[in-house]
Design a binder for this molecule. Sequence first.
Ligand code: SF4
Ligand code: SF4
Ligand code: SF4
Length: 184
Amino acid sequence: MSPEHSLPRRRFLRGEFFTSLQSKTVQQQGFQGIRPPWAVDNQQFIEDCTRCGACIQACETRILVKGEGDFPEVHFDRGAGECTFCQRCVTVCPQPIFRPLTEPAWFHRVEVSEACLTKKGIECRSCEDSCEMRAIRFKPTLGQVSQISLNLEDCNGCGACLKSCPTFAIKIIYPDLVEQCKKI
Ligand code: SF4
Ligand code: SF4
Ligand code: SF4
């Protein structure tokens, strides 16, 4: 049984376990493992993935690793730290566990915590250039350093911004989970 299944659902959704886990991956990505891009839902993925590791070998940026139960997971703190959407993991996989490539690769997005230097009045634009989608911008603010502004509609979840932040202020979020937590 995976750890996420052994946790009471409410507590898992509220993220109470996230802060007790100290690995950098968990700090940046949360407790929930991220499957390769375009993967089907987690339950079907676990049922049909044979754990052959072909996708891990094929990944051009080396962000895929054997995770919990030896199933492939994305770890944005490994390799080049970002997904280029090269689709190698999808095409090499012999199993029918990937959605059409015309669909969004992922549904996670990012958020910026209070650790962001601009929120402490310190000039920093380290993450801006890392975002090819231009989802990260900086707004000139009168009397303050330029403040970071995220447009999540443009974010594709590539993870490139995570490694660019000197204070690890950028983290992965799951908008669906956030919505569910608000209802609990
Ligand atoms: S799309 Fe390419 S870079 Fe992204 S996880 Fe798959 S193999 Fe790696
Ligand atoms: S290539 Fe497919 S079956 Fe093999 S480990 Fe990766 S996702 Fe699972
Ligand atoms: S995850 Fe990728 S697309 Fe989203 S804000 Fe970060 S760099 Fe931009």
